[in-house]
Design a protein around this ligand. Sequence first.
Ligand code: E4P
Length: 217
Amino acid sequence: MKLFVDSGNIKDIETLAAIGIIDGVTTNPTLLAREPGDYRENLKKICEIVKGPVSGEVTSTDFAGMLQQGHDIAKIHQHMIVKVPLTRDGIRACKALSGEGIRVNVTLCFSAAQALLAAKAGATFVSPFVGRLDDVATNGMELIREIVDIYDNYDFTTDVLVASCRHPIHVVEAARMGADIATCPPAVIDQLFNHPLTSIGLEKFLKDWEKAQAVKA
Ligand code: E4P
């Protein structure tokens, strides 16, 4: 399973990319609005850092506006993916942009029916938001299972990009279900590394090593 960072923060992305386990980046208008500087320049820098797919979202809500912004976003860098919302105009824009060879991530997906439309419109990625479903007392990961089943039934090539991941269990469950990608904020990626027994074990190994060196000296 691929791991993307859900962030617009260049420092955070640089730090995680240096470890070598990051395959791409997702951004959204909320995340980009938090960062200083020109968003197009920031997206370009992010593309140069990760050398993988970087999603940038349109803010227009009508078909013509989405097409125009989609072309603009795609021109920023070859790694850019145009993110469109799962609306009628968004699906239409997905079909048109995908037809031109521009890769599209259909975002704000909250149902299997919506995911089916994204695949039919030729989306490269579909982003079901698991955390936001959990927030309204609906099991987000169940949606991932449904989408993976449906896509497998018909060999759709759209990648299931599990979004709105809030904790490591979302990531592990996504991998168990065979989702293609999980996108996580930097804090959740940090949590993936942690286990108390690793820290305790390492501390003991180093102490034992030091003690033995002191005896030998
Ligand atoms: C993904 O593309 C979205 O940017 C993101 O995962 C949304 O996460 P949130 O629900 O934590 O804001």
